[in-house]
Design a protein around this ligand. Structure first.
Ligand code: HEC
Ligand code: HEC
Ligand code: HEC
Ligand code: HEC
Ligand code: HEC
Ligand code: HEC
Ligand code: HEC
Ligand code: HEC
Ligand code: HEC
Length: 568
């Protein structure tokens, strides 16, 4: 009798019934197509879903049909001949193990695959509870690998793809109903997602972050024992693990019931070191065995102090450099080099795990060298900036003052000098616009005036030493500088070009050489200059009042000279 696999209404006894004639002699065996086409017609999702998804399954891709798992001794849909209907949970590992524990068989398909899943599974808390207690709520193979849509762990759609593992475990471990009545918390998944590892996985999508199975084993899930916590973390943080071993505390921790690394870092809620108050927690840890103030107990305090001061030095140096950068100084190289300090910090933090001060100090020292150098660069850049600002921005008005002074007093000087001075005047126009008429302070203006006066002799590279000598000679005679003072002027110009400006000395120099009448005459000449276009802007007026202050000329006189100029 030929079996009709097509349209058969589902009843509880159908499959066995249909099989009877087969056993009686008809040799037509069911094929995957038969299972699929019949099951697709059934109106119970439980019976339809397996065939809907099986097309994607790794076993389907490898050419296995339904009977690879459901068939028992042969390709017979007969329980007596081994047909496994939906297997009991306790028999699932054995069902999968028929192939997965058979090394010779598996090698034909994929020689790389491990064949220890089933024995490993039996060592896990899941496996033990399944075998010993027939616990219905623990994970079997198909809770982590959905029976009819099993995908390789490398497939991002797989339930055991690293990024999906926390969800897979969380289906039970984060579900208080599922775990009700058990002495096991349900916070692991939440804590994990909030941890440095969880964020690395979810926010940075970095698969080097450990997920549940990296610490608990793929199949041997059990909490790592006290001694093996160090090994679990040490798989990736081997340096820390080695240091910890050197400290000789591993055994001591174990004997005292402390879970190694997790004692200070926690296990699921591990925080980045800069957010965790690890220092405090660690000291508490030390105090469990050591006494306040004994050499061992205080060791941690000292180590924390070394790390803190390195951290402080880094932010200090960085602050100075960024400040300089904001002001337009070129410090990118110094900022770049400062990044190297993180290496030293990492090494020093690692050395903490020796629980000894000296290794931490030694590692941190390399960092202090870097921060010192960076800070020096930043300070130098800021000093240079101050000088430039003084010379160029704040005292822009003074440029005009001095340039014009020279212009009026040395009309007879040769054309090159006049050209130079005109150039400086043009520069003034730009900077005056840029500085927005910032009111310079009296002192600052005077100091800057000196700087600019001196700088003027060096502005143009093509300005020969001879010409410069000529200009200085003019300044000297005009302001009655004696030879030694002219030499001092030159020396100061040179000094300011190679190092910090000695502003106090420059100021002295200028105030010594402007007589009162010269200063008044200057004010008048300047009024003429700013009024030459027939208009007086607010900025020009405010500029003049600054000039007057700088030159110690009273407001009365300034107003008078202005009236004179305006009159004609
Ligand atoms: C002619 C239709 C038909 C064919 C062909 C068929 N089945 Fe079924 N199968 C059913 C029906 C109907 C049920 C529901 C029986 C029940 O409710 O007990 C079922 C139930 C099952 C169950 C679940 C038993 C349970 O209740 O948990 C499994 C497993 C199963 N079939 C596997 C297969 C496999 C594997 C094949 C192919 C080798 C196959 N079936 C071929 C109709 C079919
Ligand atoms: C890799 C092994 C494997 C293959 C291949 C396989 N199954 Fe299953 N099947 C299982 C296991 C294991 C269960 C029990 C699932 C459970 O307990 O959650 C099961 C259960 C079922 C059930 C019952 C579903 C339920 O939720 O009660 C049906 C129906 C079924 N299989 C049909 C098929 C069909 C049809 C095919 C082929 C298209 C197939 N299976 C291929 C392992 C397999
Ligand atoms: C009939 C033998 C057989 C049975 C039964 C079987 N598998 Fe497989 N399984 C294989 C073979 C062969 C491969 C390798 C396929 C390949 O790589 O081409 C495989 C691949 C896998 C993979 C993907 C491994 C990888 O890294 O690519 C997983 C996961 C898997 N099986 C889980 C299971 C589970 C869970 C069960 C039980 C529900 C099971 N298998 C039952 C033979 C079987
Ligand atoms: C608690 C969840 C869980 C259970 C239960 C489980 N697995 Fe896995 N399995 C995983 C994870 C996670 C991976 C991925 C490992 C990786 O990333 O390489 C995996 C990987 C595999 C692989 C791929 C090869 C390998 O070992 O990495 C096979 C095959 C496999 N499991 C078979 C099984 C079998 C058979 C069972 C039942 C005895 C089982 N698994 C039970 C979670 C589980
Ligand atoms: C199907 C639900 C389920 C899934 C999925 C599951 N577990 Fe479990 N797991 C349990 C149950 C139930 C226990 C037993 C708790 C008890 O009563 O001790 C358990 C126990 C454990 C334990 C031992 C806890 C202890 O303190 O004894 C660890 C560790 C564990 N699971 C890790 C995992 C990891 C890792 C995954 C994912 C790779 C996972 N589990 C997936 C249900 C599940
Ligand atoms: C970085 C390693 C690591 C990761 C990742 C990790 N665990 Fe754990 N887990 C541990 C350690 C270590 C313990 C044991 C701590 C102890 O003994 O104090 C533990 C304990 C457990 C326990 C026992 C009960 C408890 O809360 O202490 C369960 C259940 C558990 N983990 C499940 C999970 C699950 C689920 C995930 C994934 C979301 C996960 N673990 C991720 C290291 C990890
Ligand atoms: C006694 C407490 C304590 C124990 C035990 C401990 N750590 Fe730490 N760990 C710390 C402290 C404190 C820091 C540095 C915190 C800081 O810089 O503020 C740290 C830093 C770290 C860092 C970050 C280093 C870096 O790159 O910045 C890692 C990773 C780390 N520990 C892993 C481990 C591992 C793995 C173990 C076990 C082998 C372990 N720790 C054991 C206290 C501890
Ligand atoms: C599978 C590899 C892996 C395992 C296992 C692992 N980690 Fe991590 N861990 C990482 C990676 C990757 C990072 C992020 C990069 C880094 O800072 O080293 C990280 C970061 C950390 C940090 C933060 C470091 C920082 O700079 O802020 C701490 C602390 C830490 N892990 C402790 C642990 C502890 C404790 C364990 C064991 C319970 C553990 N890790 C297990 C890979 C791992
Ligand atoms: C579980 C107990 C325990 C904890 C916790 C512990 N120690 Fe110890 N420690 C010991 C024991 C026991 C010795 C050996 C005492 C001896 O030989 O005199 C020791 C020795 C030392 C020594 C060398 C002896 C000395 O007096 O100079 C130092 C340093 C030390 N511990 C530092 C620390 C620091 C720092 C911490 C905290 C991060 C810490 N220990 C946490 C138990 C502990």
């Amino acid at each position: 009798m030929i079996l009709r696999w097509g349209k058969v209404a589902g009843t509880a006894f159908l499959v066995p019934l249909l099989l009877l004639p087969t056993r009686a002699g008809a040799q037509t065996l069911p094929t995957v197509e038969d299972c699929v086409s019949c099951h697709l017609e059934l109106d119970d999702d439980r019976l339809v879903d397996p065939v809907r998804t099986y097309g994607e399954d790794v076993h389907a891709a490898a050419g296995f049909g339904c009977l690879a798992c459901h068939g028992g001794g042969g390709e017979h849909l007969d329980p007596a001949a081994g047909f496994l209907s939906a297997p009991l949970r306790s028999r699932i590992p054995e069902m999968c193990g028929r192939c997965h524990s058979d090394g010779a068989f598996m090698r034909q398909f994929n020689p790389q695959l491990r064949v220890d899943q089933v024995p490993e599974y039996w060592t896990s808390v899941h496996g033990q509870r399944l075998r010993d207690l027939d616990d219905p709520d623990v994970a079997t193979c198909v809770d982590c690998h959905p029976a009819h849509r099993i995908l390789p762990p490398s497939n991002p759609a797989s339930t055991v793809y690293a990024a999906n593992v926390p969800e897979t475990c969380g289906r039970c471990h984060a579900d208080p109903d599922h775990m009700a009545g058990r002495d096991v918390a349900t916070d692991q998944v939440d804590k994990y997602y909030g941890s440095v590892h969880g964020k690395l996985l979810t926010e940075d999508e970095d698969l080097s972050a450990p997920v549940c199975n990296d610490c608990h084993g793929n199949h041997g899930a059990a909490p790592p024992g006290l001694t093996s916590v160090r090994n679990v973390c040490g798989q990736c943080h081997s340096v820390m693990g080695d240091y910890f071993d050197q400290s000789g505390h591993v055994e001591i921790f174990r004997e005292n019931g402390l879970p190694g690394c997790a004692t200070c870092h926690d296990h699921h809620a591990i925080q980045p070191v800069d957010e965790a108050s690890l220092g405090d927690r660690s000291v508490e840890v030390c105090m469990r065995c050591h006494e306040e103030g004994d050499s061992a107990g205080s060791a941690f305090d000292t180590m924390a102090g070394v790390l803190d001061s390195l951290e402080w030095e880094v932010s200090e140096a960085e602050g100075i450099l960024l400040d300089a950068e904001d002001r337009g100084m070129e410090v990118s190289q110094a900022l770049f080099e400062l990044e190297d300090v993180t290496n030293a910090q990492t090494h020093a933090r690692s050395a903490i795990h020796t629980f000894k001060v000296d290794p931490v100090r030694t590692e941190a020292q390399a960092g202090f060298v870097i921060t010192d150098r960076a800070r020096d660069r930043g300070v130098a850049a800021l000093a240079e900036y101050d000088f430039r600002r003084m010379g160029l921005g704040l005292a822009a008005g003074i440029i005009l003052l001095l340039v014009m002074t020279l212009l009026f007093k040395i009309r007879e000087a040769d054309a090159r000098i006049a050209e130079l001075l005109a150039m400086i005047g043009g520069f003034f126009d730009t900077t005056m616009g840029a500085s927005g008429g910032m009111p310079p302070t009296h002192e600052a203006m005077r100091l800057a005036a000196c700087g600019i006066l001196l700088e003027a002799t060096y502005v143009d590279d093509s300005f020969s030493d001879e010409e410069r000598g000529h200009l200085i000679e003019l300044i000297r005679t005009r302001y009655g500088l004696v030879r030694s003072e002219a030499d001092e002027l030159i020396a100061l110009v040179q000094a300011q070009r190679s190092g910090p400006v000695e502003l106090g000395r420059l100021a002295d120099l200028v105030s010594r050489h402007y007589s009162e009448s010269e200063r008044r005459a200057l004010v008048k000449e300047l009024w003429g200059l700013v009024y030459s276009d027939g208009v007086l802007t607010e900025r020009e007026v405010s500029f003049m009042s600054q000039v007057a202050k700088l030159l110690h000329v009273g407001t009365e006189e300034v107003a008078a000279t202005r009236r004179e100029v305006e009159a004609g």
